[in-house]
Design a protein. Structure first.
Length: 273
């Protein structure tokens, strides 16, 4: 996988290593028996329907990580029944509002927003040589950005938050502890925020609103937001210090989160933006 080689070059970690880290697995623990954890990818036709190539991409990611994986022949509820009857351990499925990995044996549910936020936080940490005590600009405070704020604060870092809807900045502050609030800087314009730090986490849905001229020369960017917030010139200039892809990191982290023993109910999974 070309993406994996690029990830190793930028972060020093493979997709599997990064995902295990983000999912909270101790590298000193016994290795997981992935061969015993079959993944079933279930096409979903609800809402706007299936996306061409989506199920195949998920199956390829799971297989690349070492999971036996297959796409169910049937879709929706029938696909879920097929996965269960085939003794699958994990199912991957997505509609217009949720993309989840569900462990059929433990009932563990992993959502894409949280998994993506943790995966891209781990990538930023590795690219930056650690985040503790450093200041990070987080752009976009939708569901993904909110999870990213939680993950970044757990790194004991400072956080500059920026959203065009200022009420989202206020809401995030209210959800944090007093100690966390002291490490968060709200209310800056994008230009002011970009001048404060070279570490950027772009979780916004905006396209090409960050120019090369507005970025510090040593910028490091972790950008799970779709489309990419950097314009074409900035994306090219900072290509060797930019992590951005549509699916691999979030899916990989979800799969390993689904193997964790902690139990989550469906209510713990937030819709993605």
């Amino acid at each position: 996988m070309e993406f994996n080689q690029d990830l190793i070059k930028k972060t020093g970690s493979s997709l599997k290593e990064l995902a295990l880290d983000a999912a909270g697995f101790d590298p000193l623990c016994a290795p997981l028996d992935l061969a015993a954890c079959t993944v079933a990818v279930i096409p979903v036709t609800a809402g706007q329907g299936t996306i061409k190539g989506f199920s195949e991409a998920l199956c390829a990611i799971a297989t690349y990580l070492g999971f036996p994986a297959f796409i169910t022949e049937t879709s929706d509820v029938a696909g879920l029944v097929e996965a269960y009857q085939s003794a699958a351990t994990i199912v991957l499925m997505a509609d217009d509002h949720l993309y989840v990995a569900i462990n059929l044996k433990t009932r563990r549910v992993a959502g894409n927003d949280e998994a993506t936020a943790k995966g891209y936080t781990a990538a930023l940490r590795r690219m930056a040589g650690g985040l503790t005590g450093k200041e990070i600009l987080l752009i976009g405070l939708g569901p993904l950005g909110t999870y990213a704020a939680q993950a970044l604060l757990q790194e004991d870092s400072g956080l500059i938050i920026h959203d065009l809807v200022r009420e989202k900045e206020t809401a995030l502050l209210k959800s944090c502890t007093r100690e966390e609030q002291q490490r968060i800087t709200p209310g800056l314009s994008l230009e002011q925020a970009l001048s404060r730090t070279h570490l950027i986490f772009d979780a916004s849905p905006g396209a090409a609103f960050i120019s090369a001229a507005s970025l510090p020369t040593d910028a490091i960017i972790s950008a799970p937001g779709l489309p990419l917030g950097l314009d074409a010139t900035a994306a090219q200039k900072f290509a060797d210090r930019l992590i951005h892809e549509p699916l691999q990191i979030g899916t990989a982290v979800m799969l390993f989160q689904a193997l964790q023993r902690k139990h989550f109910s469906a209510g713990d999974v937030s819709p993605y933006s």
